[in-house]
Design a protein around this ligand. Structure first.
Ligand SMILES: Cc1cc2nc3c(=O)[nH]c(=O)nc-3n(C[C@H](O)[C@H](O)[C@H](O)COP(=O)(O)OP(=O)(O)OC[C@H]3O[C@@H](n4cnc5c(N)ncnc54)[C@H](O)[C@@H]3O)c2cc1C
Length: 497
């Protein structure tokens, strides 16, 4: 045992008669279709269900995700208690806590030098998670403790899908084709029943409130719960509504319209593992044979994870090294205007305010707001990635990094850099009546539809009637679209030559 582990402080404040299996929850905060929980419950011992809040990782959770985590853990506590388990909350470094806990729980068995106990978890695929888990696994094995890990949060392991040369795919379409050829999606695991819970207590247990995950003064997340109910029950409800409203059938047509309620809004539930992609897959297939387009978006999530697994620094390093030479602007005022929804482009501002108010932003809008930051403002995509990481409730290490690189043009299978989304025509096309803008930028709601996408083109009289004074109660555009587009293309040309 290494000295730091010997010094670690996990102790039992009350001892159980039989040492329990340890079920370590991470991004799998559900009891249904949870193979690690199922295996732990069948291992012939009581089960100690633990969650470790680890903010030491290289990528601590963003603030909006912390809000979600608080409510998700509260929901998991309830779900677990319905099957006889108590959720044990701990805080700190899992590389110290897990081996130390195993030592404490299994000390009598280990002294007999036969394999002892059992630690169960579902796999992670981000660089920090993979490295941490493999170090913990080998430490446990060295100590003689059994470990079992499972696939739970993806349909396919990232290493399963390889091209003819044995390499991972860099383009989505062949990736998804190859994935589907692997055979059917495994059935969903049922919820374990009659689990015997671990009766002991750990001296280092903390309460949910001790984790201090909720914002206070100001409580900027006060509006989130109008849109989302973290936890598996909230996830099931979102999926049921999505399927009942025949949204999969209309998805192909409507999914780009932020003014409609056309997508599933399951992303945060998936990011925290409150629902599994297998559950979504099978429920959708059982309900409709027109779910292919929707399920292919779940495929994009799988593709993003494959990219992240093979490129652990995807959130920091350009996938295409040519972009290392790109000269970004460091304009802090413009970055702040984008973050606050004060760019003077109504569609961009609506999107950034929706993000701030709800912790979520529609996918089409994410593409356009990201493109605006990168191409119109020429601010490094990593700044945008960081802002989304902090403000999205669905902030996901794979989908966020891969999508930002996709928009920047620096990623795998990326939109070419010269494709600059036009914030005006995108607005006119995907928010044709201006309803989305009116909702999130209410100061523009009295403008006629003709001018709601471009208030700076409205005659003075119309602005006056709508109560708008550009530069006073709504900003004039912070950049000119045409000039910004040309400057972006010139900067791109410079890295190509
Ligand atoms: C710049 C940018 C950043 C993004 N950051 C994230 C992020 O941090 N977390 C995140 O989950 N998604 C991210 N996305 C992808 C996508 O915008 C969201 O998954 C989607 O908007 C979530 O809404 P929904 O659940 O209603 O999606 P639906 O349209 O109902 O899709 C179903 C599910 O498929 C997955 N999915 C859909 N589109 C994509 C995509 N393009 N890439 C990967 N997975 C996808 C999500 O898990 C989603 O819940 C980002 C996209 C962009 C352009």
């Amino acid at each position: 045992m290494s000295p730091d582990r010997a010094d670690s402080s996990i102790t039992l404040s009350s001892a159980p008669s039989i040492a329990p299996s340890i079920m370590w929850f991470r991004h799998d905060l559900r009891i249904c279709d949870n193979p690690a929980l199922m295996a732990a419950s069948q291992a012939g011992r009581p089960v100690a269900a633990i969650y470790i809040y680890d903010q030491q990782s290289e990528r601590p959770l963003g603030a909006a995700s912390q809000w979600w985590l608080h409510h998700s853990l509260a929901a998991l506590e309830q779900d677990l208690s319905a099957v006889g388990l108590r959720l044990i909350l701990l805080r700190g470094n899992p590389q110290i806590i897990i081996p130390s806990l195993a030592q404490e729980l299994y000390k009598e068995e280990l002294s007999k030098e036969e394999g002892a106990g059992g630690v169960f978890w579902n796999r992670r695929y981000d660089g920090y998670g993979v490295e941490t888990d493999s170090q913990i696994k080998s430490a446990l094995k060295d100590d003689g403790v059994q470990v079992q890990s499972f696939k739970a949060n993806l349909l396919f392991e990232p290493w399963e899908i390889k091209n003819g040369s044995g390499e991972y795919y860099k383009v989505f379409t062949p990736f998804w084709r190859a994935a589907q050829k692997l055979g059917g999606i495994e059935p969903v695991f049922s919820t374990p029943k009659n689990i015997i819970g671990f009766a002991g207590r750990l001296a280092d247990e903390v309460t949910l409130d001790d984790l201090d995950l909720l914002p206070r003064q100001p409580n900027w997340a006060h509006g989130f719960s109008q849109y989302f109910t973290p936890g598996s029950a909230g996830a099931r409800e979102k999926l049921t509504r999505f399927l009942q409203d025949e949204r999969p059938e209309k998805y192909d047509n409507d999914r780009n319209r932020p003014d409609l309620f056309a997508t599933s809004r399951l992303s945060a539930h998936l990011a925290f593992g409150e629902i599994s992609p297998r559950q979504i897959w099978h429920h959708t297939r059982a309900k409709t044979d027109k779910g292919d387009k929707f399920l292919s978006e779940i495929g994009w999530r799988e593709f993003s994870y494959s990219l992240l697994f093979h490129n652990p620094k995807l959130a920091r390093v350009n996938f295409k090294p040519a972009f290392d030479k790109f000269t970004w602007s460091g304009d802090k005022d413009k970055l702040r205007a984008w973050q606050r929804g004060q760019t003077g482009y109504p569609f961009i501002d609506a999107g950034m305010r929706e993000l701030w108010a709800t912790g979520w932003q529609h996918n089409r809008v994410r593409m356009v707001t990201a493109s605006f930051l990168i191409k119109h403002l020429r601010i490094d995509w990593r700044e945008g990635e960081r802002w989304f990481w902090d403000t999205l409730v669905d902030a996901d290490p794979a989908s966020n990094a891969a999508s930002w690189q996709w928009v920047a043009g620096s990623g795998a299978d990326a939109a070419p850099y010269f494709r600059v989304f036009n914030p005006i025509t995108q607005s006119q096309k995907f928010d044709p009546h201006g309803d989305y803008i009116s909702k999130w930028v209410p100061e523009l709601s009295r403008l006629p539809v003709k001018f709601i996408h471009t208030p700076w083109e409205a005659p003075e009289q119309i602005l006056k009637q709508a109560g708008i004074s550009l530069g006073q109660n709504y900003p004039a555009p912070i950049v000119d679209h045409k000039i910004a587009r040309e400057a972006a293309l010139a900067a791109y040309q410079a890295i190509r030559t």
